[in-house]
Design a protein around this ligand. Structure first.
Ligand code: ARG
Length: 590
Protein backbone atom coordinates (compact mmCIF):
# COMPACT_ATOMS: atom_id res chain seq x y z
CA UNK A 1 0.00 0.00 0.00
CA UNK A 2 1.29 3.40 -0.92
CA UNK A 3 2.51 5.55 1.97
CA UNK A 4 0.20 8.48 2.66
CA UNK A 5 3.00 10.97 2.20
CA UNK A 6 3.74 9.48 -1.21
CA UNK A 7 0.05 9.52 -2.24
CA UNK A 8 -0.08 13.24 -1.49
CA UNK A 9 3.29 13.88 -3.12
CA UNK A 10 2.08 12.26 -6.31
CA UNK A 11 -0.99 14.49 -6.39
CA UNK A 12 1.04 17.61 -5.84
CA UNK A 13 3.71 16.53 -8.31
CA UNK A 14 1.00 16.11 -10.88
CA UNK A 15 -0.25 19.63 -10.18
CA UNK A 16 3.29 20.91 -10.76
CA UNK A 17 3.61 19.16 -14.12
CA UNK A 18 0.10 20.22 -15.13
CA UNK A 19 1.21 23.79 -14.56
CA UNK A 20 4.35 23.25 -16.64
CA UNK A 21 6.93 22.73 -13.88
CA UNK A 22 9.11 19.75 -13.08
CA UNK A 23 7.43 17.10 -10.95
CA UNK A 24 10.23 16.98 -8.38
CA UNK A 25 9.12 20.28 -6.81
CA UNK A 26 5.89 18.68 -5.75
CA UNK A 27 7.37 16.47 -3.05
CA UNK A 28 5.52 16.91 0.23
CA UNK A 29 6.63 16.17 3.77
CA UNK A 30 4.76 15.79 7.02
CA UNK A 31 4.43 19.23 8.50
CA UNK A 32 6.70 20.28 11.31
CA UNK A 33 3.97 22.73 12.33
CA UNK A 34 1.04 20.39 12.94
CA UNK A 35 -0.85 23.32 14.44
CA UNK A 36 -0.96 24.89 10.95
CA UNK A 37 -1.30 21.96 8.59
CA UNK A 38 -0.65 18.24 8.14
CA UNK A 39 1.67 18.32 5.14
CA UNK A 40 3.80 20.93 3.53
CA UNK A 41 5.34 21.41 0.14
CA UNK A 42 8.29 23.78 -0.14
CA UNK A 43 9.03 23.09 -3.81
CA UNK A 44 7.68 26.41 -5.07
CA UNK A 45 10.59 28.16 -3.34
CA UNK A 46 13.15 26.28 -5.43
CA UNK A 47 10.98 26.34 -8.55
CA UNK A 48 10.75 30.13 -8.21
CA UNK A 49 14.52 30.41 -8.62
CA UNK A 50 14.66 27.97 -11.53
CA UNK A 51 11.72 29.42 -13.45
CA UNK A 52 12.49 33.01 -12.37
CA UNK A 53 9.07 33.64 -10.94
CA UNK A 54 7.76 34.71 -7.57
CA UNK A 55 7.49 31.50 -5.48
CA UNK A 56 4.19 32.62 -3.99
CA UNK A 57 2.75 32.98 -7.45
CA UNK A 58 3.77 29.41 -8.31
CA UNK A 59 2.41 28.20 -4.98
CA UNK A 60 -0.94 29.84 -5.69
CA UNK A 61 -1.09 28.39 -9.15
CA UNK A 62 -0.54 24.91 -7.70
CA UNK A 63 -3.01 25.52 -4.89
CA UNK A 64 -5.79 26.45 -7.28
CA UNK A 65 -5.20 23.20 -9.18
CA UNK A 66 -5.19 21.15 -5.98
CA UNK A 67 -8.33 22.79 -4.62
CA UNK A 68 -10.34 20.99 -7.29
CA UNK A 69 -9.59 17.68 -5.55
CA UNK A 70 -11.80 16.36 -2.80
CA UNK A 71 -8.82 15.13 -0.76
CA UNK A 72 -8.08 18.44 0.86
CA UNK A 73 -9.82 20.32 3.59
CA UNK A 74 -7.54 23.27 2.96
CA UNK A 75 -4.60 24.35 0.85
CA UNK A 76 -3.01 27.53 2.13
CA UNK A 77 -0.15 29.42 0.53
CA UNK A 78 2.12 31.24 2.89
CA UNK A 79 4.89 33.75 2.21
CA UNK A 80 7.39 33.35 0.68
CA UNK A 81 5.89 30.35 -1.13
CA UNK A 82 5.05 27.46 1.21
CA UNK A 83 2.03 25.33 0.44
CA UNK A 84 0.31 24.10 3.60
CA UNK A 85 -1.91 21.10 3.13
CA UNK A 86 -4.64 19.67 5.32
CA UNK A 87 -6.55 16.54 4.33
CA UNK A 88 -10.26 16.00 4.73
CA UNK A 89 -11.27 13.86 7.67
CA UNK A 90 -13.05 11.63 5.27
CA UNK A 91 -9.87 10.88 3.36
CA UNK A 92 -7.91 10.18 6.56
CA UNK A 93 -10.56 7.70 7.69
CA UNK A 94 -10.62 6.06 4.29
CA UNK A 95 -6.84 5.66 4.24
CA UNK A 96 -6.91 4.13 7.70
CA UNK A 97 -9.67 1.71 6.78
CA UNK A 98 -7.72 0.59 3.73
CA UNK A 99 -4.71 0.13 5.94
CA UNK A 100 -6.69 -1.94 8.43
CA UNK A 101 -7.64 -4.33 5.62
CA UNK A 102 -4.25 -4.42 3.91
CA UNK A 103 -1.75 -7.23 4.53
CA UNK A 104 0.94 -6.20 7.06
CA UNK A 105 -1.04 -3.09 7.86
CA UNK A 106 -0.04 -1.51 4.58
CA UNK A 107 3.70 -2.21 4.54
CA UNK A 108 5.13 -3.13 1.15
CA UNK A 109 7.27 -6.17 0.47
CA UNK A 110 10.28 -4.04 -0.43
CA UNK A 111 12.62 -6.94 0.21
CA UNK A 112 10.88 -9.49 -1.94
CA UNK A 113 13.38 -11.76 -3.67
CA UNK A 114 16.33 -10.36 -1.72
CA UNK A 115 18.57 -12.40 0.54
CA UNK A 116 20.41 -10.95 3.46
CA UNK A 117 22.78 -12.23 6.11
CA UNK A 118 22.83 -10.48 9.45
CA UNK A 119 26.01 -11.08 11.41
CA UNK A 120 25.14 -10.27 15.01
CA UNK A 121 25.65 -11.61 18.49
CA UNK A 122 29.31 -12.38 17.92
CA UNK A 123 29.75 -14.31 21.18
CA UNK A 124 33.02 -16.03 22.02
CA UNK A 125 33.11 -19.50 23.52
CA UNK A 126 34.12 -19.87 27.13
CA UNK A 127 33.46 -16.21 27.80
CA UNK A 128 30.17 -15.29 29.40
CA UNK A 129 27.98 -12.79 27.60
CA UNK A 130 28.40 -9.39 29.15
CA UNK A 131 26.93 -5.96 28.70
CA UNK A 132 29.08 -5.44 25.60
CA UNK A 133 27.08 -8.16 23.85
CA UNK A 134 23.75 -6.56 24.60
CA UNK A 135 23.50 -4.14 21.70
CA UNK A 136 24.47 -6.42 18.84
CA UNK A 137 21.98 -9.03 20.04
CA UNK A 138 19.10 -6.62 20.48
CA UNK A 139 19.68 -4.61 17.31
CA UNK A 140 20.31 -7.70 15.20
CA UNK A 141 17.17 -9.42 16.42
CA UNK A 142 15.10 -6.36 15.57
CA UNK A 143 16.58 -5.84 12.11
CA UNK A 144 16.02 -9.52 11.37
CA UNK A 145 12.36 -9.25 12.29
CA UNK A 146 11.74 -6.03 10.39
CA UNK A 147 13.59 -7.36 7.34
CA UNK A 148 11.44 -10.48 7.27
CA UNK A 149 8.29 -8.45 7.76
CA UNK A 150 9.23 -6.50 4.64
CA UNK A 151 9.76 -9.63 2.61
CA UNK A 152 13.54 -10.11 2.78
CA UNK A 153 14.88 -13.58 3.26
CA UNK A 154 17.03 -12.98 6.32
CA UNK A 155 19.52 -15.35 7.90
CA UNK A 156 20.84 -14.40 11.30
CA UNK A 157 24.30 -15.80 11.99
CA UNK A 158 25.84 -15.75 15.47
CA UNK A 159 29.35 -16.09 14.02
CA UNK A 160 30.76 -17.73 17.08
CA UNK A 161 34.35 -16.90 18.05
CA UNK A 162 35.95 -20.28 18.78
CA UNK A 163 39.34 -20.16 17.18
CA UNK A 164 41.83 -18.15 19.17
CA UNK A 165 44.09 -17.89 22.14
CA UNK A 166 41.23 -18.13 24.71
CA UNK A 167 40.92 -21.83 23.85
CA UNK A 168 44.66 -22.33 24.31
CA UNK A 169 44.51 -20.52 27.63
CA UNK A 170 41.71 -22.73 28.90
CA UNK A 171 43.46 -25.90 27.79
CA UNK A 172 46.64 -24.82 29.57
CA UNK A 173 44.76 -23.81 32.69
CA UNK A 174 42.99 -27.15 32.77
CA UNK A 175 46.29 -28.94 32.38
CA UNK A 176 47.62 -27.04 35.37
CA UNK A 177 44.62 -28.05 37.47
CA UNK A 178 44.14 -31.64 36.30
CA UNK A 179 47.32 -32.84 34.61
CA UNK A 180 46.19 -36.46 34.78
CA UNK A 181 43.26 -36.11 32.41
CA UNK A 182 43.63 -38.32 29.31
CA UNK A 183 43.63 -35.24 27.02
CA UNK A 184 47.16 -34.50 28.24
CA UNK A 185 48.43 -38.05 28.01
CA UNK A 186 50.29 -38.41 24.71
CA UNK A 187 50.16 -42.21 24.97
CA UNK A 188 46.33 -42.20 25.17
CA UNK A 189 45.00 -43.92 22.08
CA UNK A 190 41.35 -44.77 22.75
CA UNK A 191 38.34 -42.47 22.68
CA UNK A 192 38.12 -39.56 25.10
CA UNK A 193 35.40 -39.26 27.74
CA UNK A 194 31.97 -38.15 26.49
CA UNK A 195 31.38 -36.06 29.59
CA UNK A 196 33.13 -32.68 29.61
CA UNK A 197 35.71 -32.28 32.40
CA UNK A 198 34.07 -29.01 33.54
CA UNK A 199 30.69 -27.37 34.06
CA UNK A 200 29.87 -23.98 32.63
CA UNK A 201 30.66 -22.11 35.87
CA UNK A 202 34.12 -23.59 36.06
CA UNK A 203 34.71 -23.00 32.37
CA UNK A 204 33.75 -19.37 32.66
CA UNK A 205 35.94 -18.90 35.67
CA UNK A 206 38.94 -20.58 34.01
CA UNK A 207 39.27 -18.14 31.14
CA UNK A 208 39.73 -14.91 33.13
CA UNK A 209 41.94 -16.70 35.65
CA UNK A 210 44.19 -18.05 32.91
CA UNK A 211 44.22 -14.78 31.06
CA UNK A 212 45.34 -12.89 34.18
CA UNK A 213 47.96 -15.52 35.00
CA UNK A 214 49.35 -15.48 31.47
CA UNK A 215 49.99 -11.76 31.75
CA UNK A 216 52.13 -12.35 34.83
CA UNK A 217 53.89 -15.56 33.83
CA UNK A 218 55.44 -15.50 30.34
CA UNK A 219 56.07 -19.25 30.29
CA UNK A 220 52.36 -19.90 30.86
CA UNK A 221 51.54 -17.59 27.96
CA UNK A 222 54.02 -19.47 25.78
CA UNK A 223 52.42 -22.74 26.70
CA UNK A 224 48.95 -21.35 25.93
CA UNK A 225 50.12 -20.20 22.51
CA UNK A 226 51.59 -23.61 21.87
CA UNK A 227 48.30 -25.23 22.93
CA UNK A 228 46.45 -22.88 20.59
CA UNK A 229 48.69 -23.91 17.74
CA UNK A 230 48.25 -27.57 18.61
CA UNK A 231 44.46 -27.61 18.81
CA UNK A 232 44.27 -25.63 15.57
CA UNK A 233 46.46 -28.21 13.92
CA UNK A 234 44.63 -31.31 14.99
CA UNK A 235 46.18 -32.43 18.32
CA UNK A 236 43.68 -35.17 19.24
CA UNK A 237 43.36 -34.51 22.95
CA UNK A 238 43.13 -30.74 22.51
CA UNK A 239 40.61 -31.01 19.72
CA UNK A 240 38.51 -33.20 22.03
CA UNK A 241 38.77 -30.54 24.73
CA UNK A 242 37.91 -27.79 22.28
CA UNK A 243 34.74 -29.71 21.36
CA UNK A 244 33.79 -29.97 25.03
CA UNK A 245 34.35 -26.24 25.41
CA UNK A 246 32.10 -25.61 22.41
CA UNK A 247 29.29 -27.85 23.64
CA UNK A 248 29.24 -26.50 27.16
CA UNK A 249 29.49 -22.92 25.94
CA UNK A 250 26.91 -23.05 23.20
CA UNK A 251 24.31 -24.58 25.52
CA UNK A 252 24.86 -21.75 27.93
CA UNK A 253 24.90 -19.06 25.26
CA UNK A 254 21.61 -20.29 23.85
CA UNK A 255 20.06 -20.17 27.30
CA UNK A 256 21.25 -16.58 27.72
CA UNK A 257 19.99 -15.46 24.34
CA UNK A 258 16.67 -17.10 25.02
CA UNK A 259 16.21 -14.95 28.09
CA UNK A 260 16.69 -11.95 25.83
CA UNK A 261 14.28 -13.40 23.29
CA UNK A 262 17.05 -13.39 20.69
CA UNK A 263 17.71 -16.26 18.31
CA UNK A 264 19.83 -17.17 15.31
CA UNK A 265 19.25 -19.24 12.21
CA UNK A 266 22.90 -20.15 11.93
CA UNK A 267 25.47 -20.88 14.58
CA UNK A 268 28.41 -20.82 12.20
CA UNK A 269 31.77 -20.65 13.88
CA UNK A 270 35.09 -19.06 13.06
CA UNK A 271 36.52 -22.56 12.97
CA UNK A 272 34.13 -23.57 10.17
CA UNK A 273 36.01 -21.51 7.58
CA UNK A 274 39.57 -22.35 8.64
CA UNK A 275 39.80 -25.23 6.18
CA UNK A 276 39.14 -22.85 3.34
CA UNK A 277 41.84 -20.33 4.28
CA UNK A 278 44.82 -22.01 2.51
CA UNK A 279 42.94 -22.12 -0.81
CA UNK A 280 41.85 -18.53 -0.41
CA UNK A 281 45.33 -17.32 0.47
CA UNK A 282 46.77 -19.16 -2.51
CA UNK A 283 44.14 -17.61 -4.76
CA UNK A 284 45.04 -14.11 -3.60
CA UNK A 285 48.71 -14.80 -4.16
CA UNK A 286 48.03 -16.18 -7.64
CA UNK A 287 45.91 -13.16 -8.52
CA UNK A 288 48.80 -10.95 -7.53
CA UNK A 289 46.77 -9.26 -4.77
CA UNK A 290 48.68 -10.67 -1.83
CA UNK A 291 52.39 -10.05 -1.43
CA UNK A 292 55.05 -10.48 1.23
CA UNK A 293 55.89 -7.55 3.43
CA UNK A 294 58.22 -7.81 6.44
CA UNK A 295 57.65 -11.55 6.53
CA UNK A 296 53.85 -11.25 6.53
CA UNK A 297 51.46 -11.80 3.66
CA UNK A 298 49.37 -8.67 3.01
CA UNK A 299 46.93 -7.06 0.58
CA UNK A 300 47.04 -3.31 0.00
CA UNK A 301 43.70 -1.65 0.58
CA UNK A 302 44.66 2.02 0.45
CA UNK A 303 42.66 4.27 -1.84
CA UNK A 304 43.66 7.63 -3.22
CA UNK A 305 40.81 9.47 -1.59
CA UNK A 306 41.74 8.21 1.91
CA UNK A 307 41.97 10.96 4.50
CA UNK A 308 43.33 8.69 7.18
CA UNK A 309 46.00 6.05 7.42
CA UNK A 310 44.84 2.76 5.91
CA UNK A 311 47.26 -0.06 6.71
CA UNK A 312 47.31 -3.13 4.46
CA UNK A 313 45.08 -6.06 5.34
CA UNK A 314 47.25 -8.81 6.86
CA UNK A 315 46.37 -12.35 5.78
CA UNK A 316 49.19 -14.36 7.31
CA UNK A 317 51.52 -13.18 10.08
CA UNK A 318 55.27 -13.67 9.91
CA UNK A 319 54.94 -16.67 12.28
CA UNK A 320 52.52 -18.33 9.86
CA UNK A 321 49.44 -17.67 11.99
CA UNK A 322 46.26 -16.19 10.54
CA UNK A 323 44.18 -13.38 12.01
CA UNK A 324 40.69 -12.13 12.71
CA UNK A 325 40.71 -10.48 9.27
CA UNK A 326 41.73 -13.72 7.53
CA UNK A 327 38.79 -15.47 9.15
CA UNK A 328 36.39 -12.69 8.20
CA UNK A 329 37.56 -12.75 4.59
CA UNK A 330 37.12 -16.50 4.40
CA UNK A 331 33.69 -16.11 6.00
CA UNK A 332 32.66 -13.63 3.30
CA UNK A 333 33.81 -16.04 0.61
CA UNK A 334 31.97 -18.97 2.24
CA UNK A 335 28.79 -16.94 2.63
CA UNK A 336 28.92 -16.14 -1.03
CA UNK A 337 29.33 -19.79 -1.93
CA UNK A 338 26.76 -21.11 0.55
CA UNK A 339 24.05 -18.44 0.38
CA UNK A 340 24.87 -15.91 -2.36
CA UNK A 341 23.31 -13.03 -0.41
CA UNK A 342 22.42 -9.58 -1.77
CA UNK A 343 23.60 -7.99 1.41
CA UNK A 344 25.68 -8.88 4.47
CA UNK A 345 25.21 -6.65 7.46
CA UNK A 346 27.56 -6.72 10.44
CA UNK A 347 26.31 -5.42 13.74
CA UNK A 348 29.52 -5.00 15.68
CA UNK A 349 31.08 -2.54 18.12
CA UNK A 350 31.97 0.62 16.21
CA UNK A 351 35.53 0.36 17.51
CA UNK A 352 35.97 -2.40 14.93
CA UNK A 353 35.23 -0.01 12.05
CA UNK A 354 38.80 -0.07 10.73
CA UNK A 355 38.93 -3.86 10.72
CA UNK A 356 35.77 -4.07 8.63
CA UNK A 357 36.87 -1.29 6.29
CA UNK A 358 40.03 -3.26 5.53
CA UNK A 359 38.20 -6.55 5.18
CA UNK A 360 35.49 -5.12 2.91
CA UNK A 361 37.99 -3.38 0.68
CA UNK A 362 40.11 -6.49 0.47
CA UNK A 363 37.10 -8.70 -0.35
CA UNK A 364 36.02 -6.32 -3.12
CA UNK A 365 39.44 -5.81 -4.58
CA UNK A 366 40.18 -9.53 -4.69
CA UNK A 367 36.66 -10.44 -5.93
CA UNK A 368 35.98 -12.75 -3.01
CA UNK A 369 32.54 -11.16 -3.14
CA UNK A 370 30.22 -10.32 -6.05
CA UNK A 371 29.97 -6.70 -7.03
CA UNK A 372 26.22 -6.86 -6.45
CA UNK A 373 26.57 -7.89 -2.80
CA UNK A 374 26.45 -5.00 -0.39
CA UNK A 375 28.70 -5.23 2.66
CA UNK A 376 27.45 -3.04 5.47
CA UNK A 377 29.11 -2.33 8.78
CA UNK A 378 26.67 -1.11 11.42
CA UNK A 379 28.94 -0.05 14.23
CA UNK A 380 27.17 0.46 17.51
CA UNK A 381 28.14 2.78 20.34
CA UNK A 382 29.11 1.87 23.88
CA UNK A 383 26.76 1.26 26.79
CA UNK A 384 28.01 3.66 29.43
CA UNK A 385 27.30 4.09 33.12
CA UNK A 386 26.10 7.34 34.60
CA UNK A 387 29.76 8.38 34.91
CA UNK A 388 30.05 8.31 31.12
CA UNK A 389 32.46 5.33 31.19
CA UNK A 390 31.65 1.81 29.98
CA UNK A 391 29.00 0.25 32.20
CA UNK A 392 30.43 -1.80 35.07
CA UNK A 393 29.21 -3.69 38.11
CA UNK A 394 29.21 -1.86 41.45
CA UNK A 395 32.65 -3.21 42.27
CA UNK A 396 34.02 -2.20 38.89
CA UNK A 397 33.89 -5.59 37.13
CA UNK A 398 32.40 -6.45 33.77
CA UNK A 399 28.63 -6.71 34.03
CA UNK A 400 27.44 -10.16 32.96
CA UNK A 401 24.35 -10.12 30.83
CA UNK A 402 22.68 -12.69 33.01
CA UNK A 403 23.13 -10.57 36.12
CA UNK A 404 21.98 -7.49 34.32
CA UNK A 405 18.77 -9.25 33.34
CA UNK A 406 18.29 -10.43 36.95
CA UNK A 407 18.78 -6.91 38.24
CA UNK A 408 16.24 -5.44 35.83
CA UNK A 409 13.71 -8.16 36.54
CA UNK A 410 13.95 -7.60 40.28
CA UNK A 411 13.62 -3.90 39.92
CA UNK A 412 10.48 -4.30 37.85
CA UNK A 413 9.12 -6.98 40.18
CA UNK A 414 9.17 -4.47 43.03
CA UNK A 415 6.72 -2.36 41.06
CA UNK A 416 4.58 -5.22 39.80
CA UNK A 417 4.25 -6.73 43.28
CA UNK A 418 2.49 -3.63 44.60
CA UNK A 419 -0.51 -5.16 42.84
CA UNK A 420 -1.48 -7.66 45.55
CA UNK A 421 -3.74 -9.69 43.27
CA UNK A 422 -0.68 -10.89 41.34
CA UNK A 423 1.01 -13.99 42.79
CA UNK A 424 4.79 -14.37 42.96
CA UNK A 425 5.27 -16.69 39.97
CA UNK A 426 2.99 -14.71 37.72
CA UNK A 427 4.55 -11.49 38.96
CA UNK A 428 8.02 -12.70 38.09
CA UNK A 429 6.89 -13.77 34.62
CA UNK A 430 5.35 -10.35 34.01
CA UNK A 431 8.38 -8.60 35.49
CA UNK A 432 10.66 -10.56 33.23
CA UNK A 433 8.76 -9.45 30.12
CA UNK A 434 8.65 -5.83 31.25
CA UNK A 435 12.31 -5.96 32.27
CA UNK A 436 13.42 -7.22 28.87
CA UNK A 437 11.23 -4.58 27.25
CA UNK A 438 12.90 -1.94 29.42
CA UNK A 439 16.36 -3.13 28.38
CA UNK A 440 15.56 -3.49 24.72
CA UNK A 441 13.65 -0.26 24.36
CA UNK A 442 16.29 1.61 26.36
CA UNK A 443 18.80 0.37 23.84
CA UNK A 444 16.86 0.52 20.59
CA UNK A 445 15.52 4.00 21.21
CA UNK A 446 19.06 5.31 20.67
CA UNK A 447 20.68 5.70 17.31
CA UNK A 448 22.79 2.62 16.68
CA UNK A 449 26.07 4.48 16.31
CA UNK A 450 25.66 6.62 19.43
CA UNK A 451 26.89 5.72 22.91
CA UNK A 452 24.16 5.83 25.54
CA UNK A 453 23.89 5.94 29.28
CA UNK A 454 22.46 2.84 30.85
CA UNK A 455 20.05 4.21 33.40
CA UNK A 456 18.03 1.45 34.96
CA UNK A 457 15.78 3.82 36.88
CA UNK A 458 14.81 5.64 33.74
CA UNK A 459 14.50 2.53 31.57
CA UNK A 460 12.15 0.84 34.02
CA UNK A 461 9.98 3.90 34.59
CA UNK A 462 6.33 3.27 33.69
CA UNK A 463 6.10 6.83 32.42
CA UNK A 464 8.05 8.69 29.77
CA UNK A 465 9.77 7.42 26.66
CA UNK A 466 10.35 3.88 27.96
CA UNK A 467 9.51 0.29 27.10
CA UNK A 468 7.26 -0.16 30.15
CA UNK A 469 5.25 2.94 29.20
CA UNK A 470 4.53 1.54 25.75
CA UNK A 471 3.62 -1.86 27.20
CA UNK A 472 1.39 -0.17 29.73
CA UNK A 473 -0.44 1.60 26.92
CA UNK A 474 -1.03 -1.67 25.05
CA UNK A 475 -2.19 -3.42 28.21
CA UNK A 476 -4.51 -0.52 28.97
CA UNK A 477 -6.10 -0.77 25.53
CA UNK A 478 -6.48 -4.51 26.09
CA UNK A 479 -8.32 -3.94 29.32
CA UNK A 480 -10.71 -1.38 27.77
CA UNK A 481 -11.47 -3.87 25.03
CA UNK A 482 -12.12 -6.71 27.42
CA UNK A 483 -14.41 -4.54 29.56
CA UNK A 484 -16.29 -3.63 26.43
CA UNK A 485 -16.73 -7.30 25.63
CA UNK A 486 -17.63 -8.20 29.21
CA UNK A 487 -20.42 -5.66 29.08
CA UNK A 488 -21.80 -7.75 26.26
CA UNK A 489 -21.54 -4.93 23.82
CA UNK A 490 -19.59 -6.85 21.30
CA UNK A 491 -21.47 -5.83 18.20
CA UNK A 492 -18.34 -5.33 16.14
CA UNK A 493 -18.22 -6.67 12.64
CA UNK A 494 -15.31 -8.69 11.38
CA UNK A 495 -13.89 -5.55 9.82
CA UNK A 496 -12.03 -2.87 11.69
CA UNK A 497 -13.75 0.28 10.54
CA UNK A 498 -13.14 3.76 11.88
CA UNK A 499 -15.28 6.83 11.19
CA UNK A 500 -14.34 10.40 10.50
CA UNK A 501 -12.74 11.86 13.62
CA UNK A 502 -14.90 13.95 15.87
CA UNK A 503 -12.15 15.67 17.80
CA UNK A 504 -8.61 16.87 17.44
CA UNK A 505 -7.17 14.14 19.63
CA UNK A 506 -9.00 11.49 17.63
CA UNK A 507 -7.71 12.96 14.35
CA UNK A 508 -4.17 13.14 15.74
CA UNK A 509 -4.25 9.49 16.71
CA UNK A 510 -5.61 8.52 13.31
CA UNK A 511 -2.95 10.50 11.48
CA UNK A 512 -0.24 8.88 13.59
CA UNK A 513 -1.54 5.43 12.71
CA UNK A 514 -1.47 6.18 8.99
CA UNK A 515 2.31 6.49 9.22
CA UNK A 516 2.98 2.89 10.19
CA UNK A 517 4.13 1.70 6.74
CA UNK A 518 6.26 4.76 6.18
CA UNK A 519 8.07 4.41 9.51
CA UNK A 520 8.68 0.67 9.28
CA UNK A 521 10.02 0.86 5.75
CA UNK A 522 12.21 3.89 6.52
CA UNK A 523 13.51 2.35 9.72
CA UNK A 524 14.75 -0.64 7.79
CA UNK A 525 16.18 1.16 4.78
CA UNK A 526 18.11 3.42 7.14
CA UNK A 527 18.95 0.67 9.67
CA UNK A 528 17.28 2.78 12.31
CA UNK A 529 15.12 0.87 14.81
CA UNK A 530 15.10 4.01 16.97
CA UNK A 531 12.58 5.44 14.52
CA UNK A 532 10.15 2.67 15.40
CA UNK A 533 10.64 3.48 19.09
CA UNK A 534 10.02 7.17 18.51
CA UNK A 535 6.93 6.29 16.48
CA UNK A 536 5.32 4.02 19.04
CA UNK A 537 6.06 6.57 21.73
CA UNK A 538 4.15 9.16 19.72
CA UNK A 539 1.31 6.73 18.99
CA UNK A 540 1.10 5.91 22.71
CA UNK A 541 0.98 9.59 23.63
CA UNK A 542 -1.70 10.25 21.03
CA UNK A 543 -3.72 7.32 22.26
CA UNK A 544 -3.44 8.43 25.88
CA UNK A 545 -4.63 11.94 25.00
CA UNK A 546 -7.53 10.54 23.09
CA UNK A 547 -8.41 8.17 25.91
CA UNK A 548 -8.36 10.93 28.52
CA UNK A 549 -10.68 13.08 26.45
CA UNK A 550 -13.20 10.43 25.53
CA UNK A 551 -15.10 8.10 27.76
CA UNK A 552 -15.23 5.25 25.32
CA UNK A 553 -17.08 2.74 27.47
CA UNK A 554 -19.77 5.21 28.55
CA UNK A 555 -20.42 6.68 25.11
CA UNK A 556 -24.15 6.72 24.34
CA UNK A 557 -23.90 7.14 20.58
CA UNK A 558 -23.36 3.50 19.69
CA UNK A 559 -22.07 4.16 16.18
CA UNK A 560 -19.47 6.47 17.57
CA UNK A 561 -18.58 3.97 20.24
CA UNK A 562 -18.06 1.16 17.75
CA UNK A 563 -15.84 3.40 15.63
CA UNK A 564 -13.77 4.25 18.69
CA UNK A 565 -13.48 0.63 19.71
CA UNK A 566 -12.26 -0.08 16.20
CA UNK A 567 -9.80 2.76 16.37
CA UNK A 568 -8.26 1.55 19.60
CA UNK A 569 -8.24 -2.03 18.30
CA UNK A 570 -6.18 -0.78 15.38
CA UNK A 571 -3.96 1.19 17.75
CA UNK A 572 -3.39 -1.92 19.82
CA UNK A 573 -2.52 -3.91 16.69
CA UNK A 574 -0.06 -1.31 15.41
CA UNK A 575 1.67 -1.03 18.77
CA UNK A 576 1.83 -4.79 19.19
CA UNK A 577 3.31 -5.45 15.76
CA UNK A 578 5.79 -2.64 16.20
CA UNK A 579 6.89 -4.08 19.53
CA UNK A 580 7.16 -7.51 17.98
CA UNK A 581 9.39 -6.04 15.30
CA UNK A 582 11.60 -4.67 18.05
CA UNK A 583 11.67 -8.12 19.65
CA UNK A 584 9.54 -7.05 22.61
CA UNK A 585 6.72 -9.16 24.03
CA UNK A 586 3.61 -7.72 25.65
CA UNK A 587 2.50 -9.16 29.03
CA UNK A 588 -1.18 -9.93 29.65
CA UNK A 589 -1.37 -7.51 32.51
CA UNK A 590 0.80 -5.07 34.38
N1 ARG B 1 33.56 -12.28 18.32
C1 ARG B 1 33.86 -10.94 17.90
C2 ARG B 1 34.22 -10.10 19.11
O1 ARG B 1 33.99 -10.49 20.22
C3 ARG B 1 32.72 -10.29 17.16
C4 ARG B 1 32.38 -10.95 15.86
C5 ARG B 1 31.72 -10.01 14.90
N2 ARG B 1 31.50 -10.58 13.61
C6 ARG B 1 32.45 -10.78 12.68
N3 ARG B 1 32.13 -11.36 11.56
N4 ARG B 1 33.69 -10.38 12.88
O2 ARG B 1 34.73 -9.00 18.93
Amino acid sequence: MEQLQICISKEVEKAFTDCGYQAEYGKVAWSNRPDLCQFQCNGALVAGKVYKQAPLQIAEEIASKLKKSSLYKSIVCVMPGFINITLTDDFIARYLNDMAMAPKWGCSEIGKGKKMILDYGGPNVAKPLHVGHLRTAIIGESLKRVGRFLGYKVLGDAHLGDWGLPIGLIITELKKRSPNLPYFDSSHIGAYPKEPPFLIDELEEMYPTASRYAKEVPSFMEEAKEATYLFQNGHRGYVALWKHILDVSITDLKRNYKQLNVSFDLWNKESDVQGYIPTMVQQLIDQGDAYESEGALVVDVKEESDQKEMPPCILVKSDGGTLYSTTDLATIAMRRIDYNPDEIIYIVDKRQAMHFEQVFRCARKTHLIDDKTKLIFLGFGTVNGKDGKPYKTRDGGVMRLENLIKEVTHKVYEKVSTNKSIKYEEGMAIASKIGIAALKYGDLSNQISKDYIFDLDRFTDFEGNTGPYILYTVVRIGSILSKYREEGQDNLGSKIEVSVPSSKSERDLMLKLTRFNEIIEASFINYAPHRICQYIYEVSNSFNHFYHEHNILKEQDKNKQVAWINLITLTQAILTVSLELLGIEVPEKM
